[in-house]
Design a protein around this ligand. Structure first.
Ligand code: ADE
Length: 430
């Protein structure tokens, strides 16, 4: 088999870093131990399209421990850690198709290489794998179900289900509380700041940072930027989230006003052209602009190119655009996920819960849906399992929260019988 990794010698570094991440993934370690014994994925092929990081490596190793044949490609052309890809291939024998900085053609070639394995389970982050699988020419007969990691992917898949084109059930891992409360907020919060700092080495204290979008990810970034001493401005389209941002102590204003005062801009909306030509025109000389949303569509870079007279790379992941007026604007990582492009993504201890959700949701799909092909077909046609997006079962979410708490040695109170009785009664309590 031909492996598309740049340099297999990198694998030693990758292996050590994978082990380092594993130390902070106690929940996944427990799951791996059980999977090794129970082999829930015996004879199951899993196609995964995820950011190829040390944390993802541990998820892949866990799935393999459960008996799965695992095929992995990147969910973003810039997020791959080449040493990890090399180690997965060399040390763990996991087929990995990913190179940091791959072009669009190679990115899709790698997705197709993974799909050629004829998977029963898909694991996606952003829904590029699933949408390619639905693009025609693929046999979906063997597919049991899939999981989706991120907000953007869940939105895309729900749109596919709504249009009646989704051909198999998917579990929205993103929507589990043990995922988005922690990964989206604390993970994105820390790793986005990490990405900006690693790319630029600028001091955040005293700067005006504009955070576009106050979903879970935006909340995390705003909170951490404030902690670093920045003056945080939030832009929103949702009145409820805007009120929340105000009560959390941030200034709210439209992007057209924020553009004039921001030193650093971060987009986390999931939508297109949140920073557009009219905003670039208003920005200060030296403004730094980056994105931490899934796709590189939030910043209208083609519009910026049109109003610029030259561009040059001033340091890794920092592109300088000189406008016709002479003003300079700096775009980080070509508008791609800054936390994964110039840093290493979320730390292992939050990915522990996200990937516990991935592995247990995949196991749930196998246990619930793979009794027989007829059962799947039957249940899909008007039966209880439809081709739509499902939440992570609550028992799984709660179990992961308990395991995480246990693993860090924290104990909590239990309701007394009297308290349980009180909560179950609707009569005024005595
Ligand atoms: N998404 C954000 N951070 C990540 C990480 N460290 N690994 C995989 N996916 C991620």
């Amino acid at each position: 088999m031909k492996y598309d990794v740049k340099n297999l010698k990198l694998s030693n570094i990758g292996k050590n870093r994978i082990e380092w991440a594993e130390r902070d993934m106690p929940v996944l370690r427990i799951i791996k131990k059980r999977f090794l014994k129970e082999k829930p994925f015996k004879n199951v092929t899993v196609a995964a399209c995820l950011h190829v990081t040390t944390e993802t490596a541990n998820l892949m190793i866990t799935m393999r421990a459960g008996g799965a044949k695992v095929f992995l490609c990147a969910s973003n052309p810039l997020s791959t850690q080449d040493d990890v890809a090399a180690s997965l291939v060399k040390d763990f024998g996991i087929s990995t198709f990913a190179i940091k900085g791959e072009d669009n053609k190679t990115y899709y070639k790698h997705i197709k290489s993974v799909l050629a394995a004829d998977p029963q389970i898909t694991m996606d982050d952003g829904a590029d794998l699933v949408s390619t699988l639905h693009s025609g020419g693929y046999n979906l007969k063997n597919i049991i179900g899939g999981t989706e990691e991120t907000t953007t992917g869940v939105i895309r898949l729900k749109a596919m289900a709504q249009d009646g084109v989704l051909k198999y059930p998917i579990i929205a891992v993103n929507d589990a509380l043990t995922k988005h409360f922690f990964d989206n907020r604390y993970g994105t919060g820390q790793s986005t700041i990490d990405g900006i700092v690693r790319a630029t080495n600028v001091l955040l204290a005293g700067r005006s940072i504009v955070v576009a979008g106050y979903g879970w990810c935006g909340r995390g970034v705003a909170m951490r930027a404030k902690g670093m001493g920045a003056n945080v401005i939030v832009t929103e389209v949702d009145p409820l989230k805007a009120i929340e941002a105000i009560m959390d102590g941030f200034t709210i204003m439209p992007m057209s006003d924020a553009a004039k005062i921001g030193d650093i801009f971060v987009t986390l909306t999931g939508d297109i052209h949140v920073i557009d030509k009219q905003h670039f025109m208003k920005m200060k000389d030296g403004a730094i602009v980056c994105n931490s949303g899934h796709f590189n569509v939030e910043i209208n870079i083609p519009a910026l190119k049109k109003i610029s007279r030259k561009t040059r790379e001033v340091r890794a992941f920092v592109e300088e655009y000189t406008l016709k007026s002479g003003k300079k604007i700096y775009i980080l990582a070509d508008g791609r996920l800054i936390n994964l492009a110039s840093a290493e993504g979320h730390p292992a201890s939050v990915m522990d819960m996200s990937f516990a959700n991935q592995s247990l949701s995949a196991e749930y799909l196998i246990k619930e849906l793979s009794q027989s092909a007829t059962a799947i077909a039957g249940s899909r046609q008007g039966g209880k399992i439809r081709n739509r997006v499902y939440p992570v079962p609550q028992e799984i979410d709660e179990k992961i929260a308990k395991m995480k708490l246990d693993s860090i040695g924290m104990k909590i109170d239990k309701l007394t019988p009297e308290q349980k009785k009180y909560l179950a009664s609707w009569q005024e309590g005595t």
